[in-house]
Design a protein around this ligand. Sequence first.
Ligand code: SF4
Length: 208
Amino acid sequence: MHVYGWKEASGHPASDRKPFPIGESECACCYECETQCPVQAIRVVFGPPKAFIAAVPLVFALIIVSVIYGIVFGPYLGLSIPFYVGWIILVVGLPFFFSPSMYFPKAQEGKSVMDTRAIVDSGTYGIVRHPQVLGCILLMCGSILISQNWLSAIVAVPIFVLFYRYVLKEEKNLIVKFGNDYKCYMQRVPMLNFIVGIMRLLKSRKHE
Ligand code: SF4
């Protein structure tokens, strides 16, 4: 993944150069280097891209402001059916959004709950491969329908694009990390389409 380069370490008793992380954002969190370093000098910590982290407060602000606007002033366009559909989407989005805390094993000390070395495919991860991102998208869609304010929709568009690009990059990393197991998981479970995911899940339960 071209994460490491070399750094001069002249005068060091063991080596005059050392590996140095020059492309940390390319790390797939496969933990190979952490596992193989003979002196356990490497600790890989899972972290989404900076742009994704920066967008999270904006997402929450958008959802909260839109919902409060819809409750206090009513839907901007005055359409009652989309208003109630928005609430349903909001409720459906919540379990997807909280998926990591519900289905990932308890985090090791100092590590994120996402720092896992095994594929999690239970619960909402058996419906879509990226339930938290889907949860964010559903919460945003729900809140937009509740407020029916154009400004919310305009702010949401670049966030949707950012999320989609994040998911595509994450998919590449997960293939590096889990190899064929992840490719099999990709064949079983769709990326974000939860309707297809539910249908496939019901079909596989029926065959069992
Ligand atoms: S965790 Fe994997 S992808 Fe990341 S730097 Fe180590 S070996 Fe490379």
